[in-house]
Design a protein around this ligand. Structure first.
Ligand code: FES
Ligand SMILES: [Fe+2]
Length: 447
């Protein structure tokens, strides 16, 4: 069992500006077809004429239902990093797009994603707090809610038990049920794949294989050895805004010069950030360090004194040590690489104006062995919270803007190319295609 310290705080509560969304929008209601037409027309503009999406794309229940069935459930959703379930018997629970799920490390070493819905009478076999009063074999791990270890799963309702691969193991008092066959009942497995150490699930089973079209992204990430990293910081946030607001916010760095002018702008000025060519399944941006920061970092590394900071991840080249990298693997996998850590955001869209978010940090496997690890981890956790609080403020206020009669479509800067590429992805899904299938990819902003 890993002894890595781990922080998993409860859902974020008091935002300085608590949720003030009106249930009535001043925007005229649009039909699904009208919103789709708006998205398609927006995405058809060239980058130098790009605009924002219609407000209704972020507020309409009908459009969110379309996204569920045509973007989110058919896509690959990342649910965990392998370091969160390191040993056989380790599991982690989450609810994703209406599905109560268990991510479990089996006795055969396979990691599976199973439904938590009992095949007897549809009880959630492990509702919050595991739904047991001590008679279950499952126990919590490291004091984390929804994260545990077990040798089998027990449904608390009528005590049916299941193997870690979901097979029904035992069910009391079923001998009089005519024709009942134990093998017919199991916890439903969802299609899952592990890519670069991250566990993905495809809820409707229709997605193309995950690694298809990701060779460039895998090559770019190879030096970070993501599968070997350890997830050492995790914090949940209850977000009163649309999932696309977060994706757009995470991927564009134009806002460094606004809301992050004290935190990220001094390190990675917005003006220097740039986006790679359009890809079928992902978007990739670069956030170079300011010259003075890069020189300071390289000098600091040369001194080898890491008493107050994390050393760079081993094996990175000079370019990788001089910038942060941003990745969006459509539709919701958000990753930021820094020289000394990797930041991953897990998104659980709940509705047009609701999102559950887990912000995490992964560090090198050896980091936990350092004497000063706990203070470094706490510093990293504070940094993650500090800049995310800035993002929470703007994203919350942006969602409010979508409901107002004062809302108007905006124009995008070239520094928001990632947002434009994301819109092109949505438009491709509307016509049941992928970006670049039926047109030339948009070129990189750097040769
Ligand atoms: S609902 Fe699970 S055992 Fe009855
Ligand atoms: Fe931000």
């Amino acid at each position: 069992m890993s002894s890595t310290a781990f922080e998993w705080k409860p859902v974020f509560e008091p935002l300085a500006f608590a949720r003030q969304l009106s249930t009535r929008t001043a925007q005229p209601p649009l039909s699904l077809a009208e919103i789709q037409r708006g998205v398609t027309e927006t995405a058809a503009r060239p980058l130098n004429r790009a605009t924002t999406l219609p407000a209704q794309a972020y507020t309409s229940e009908e459009f969110f239902a379309w996204e569920l069935n045509h973007v989110l459930r058919p896509g690959w959703q990342c649910v965990a990093h392998v370091s969160q379930v390191p040993n056989p018997g380790d599991f982690l629970n989450l609810d994703l797009l209406g599905e109560p799920l268990i991510v479990v490390h089996g006795k055969d070493d396979a990691i599976r994603v199973l439904s938590r819905v009992c095949p007897h009478r549809s009880m959630d076999i492990m509702p919050e707090g595991f739904g047991y009063d001590g008679h279950s074999p499952a126990e919590a791990r490291d004091g984390k809610p929804d994260c545990g270890r077990t040798r089998l799963f027990l449904c608390p309702y009528h005590a049916w038990t299941f193997e870690l691969d979901g097979q029904l193991k035992a069910c009391p008092e079923m001998h009089e049920a005519e024709g009942f066959c134990r093998d017919d009942f199991f916890l439903k497995p969802f299609r899952s794949e592990i890519w670069q150490g991250f566990i993905f699930v495809n809820l409707d089973g229709t997605a193309p294989p995950l690694a298809d079209g990701l060779a460039d992204m895998a090559a770019d990430l190879a030096a970070f050895r993501l599968a070997e990293l350890k997830l050492v910081i995790a914090r949940e946030w209850d977000c009163p805004f649309n999932w696309k607001v977060l994706v757009e916010n995470f991927m564009e760095s134009y806002h460094h010069l606004g809301i992050h002018h004290k935190t990220l702008q001094p390190m990675m000025p917005a003006r220097d950030t740039w986006t790679e060519q359009e890809r079928r399944h992902y978007v990739r941006a670069h956030l170079p360090y300011k010259d003075s920061v890069r020189e300071e970092y390289l000098a600091f590394e040369a001194r080898g004194d890491f008493s107050a900071a994390l050393p760079p991840l081993p094996g990175l080249n000079a370019a990788q040590k001089s910038e942060w990298g941003l990745f969006l693997l459509h539709p919701t996998f958000l990753l930021a690489t820094a020289p000394d850590r990797v930041i991953w955001y897990r998104l659980q869209p709940l509705g047009p104006d609701r999102l559950k978010l887990l912000t995490t940090t992964l560090m090198a496997p050896g980091a936990a062995a350092r004497d000063n690890f706990e203070s470094l981890r706490q510093n990293a956790a504070k940094q993650l919270v500090d800049f995310h609080l800035e993002d929470m403020e703007v994203c919350t206020a942006v969602q409010r803007g979508f409901y107002a009669s004062g809302w108007q479509p905006g124009r995008l800067s070239h520094l928001e190319m990632t947002v434009w590429l994301f819109h092109r992805y949505l438009a491709a899904r509307i016509r049941d295609a992928w970006p670049t299938d039926d047109y030339e990819p948009a070129p990189s902003q750097r040769p």
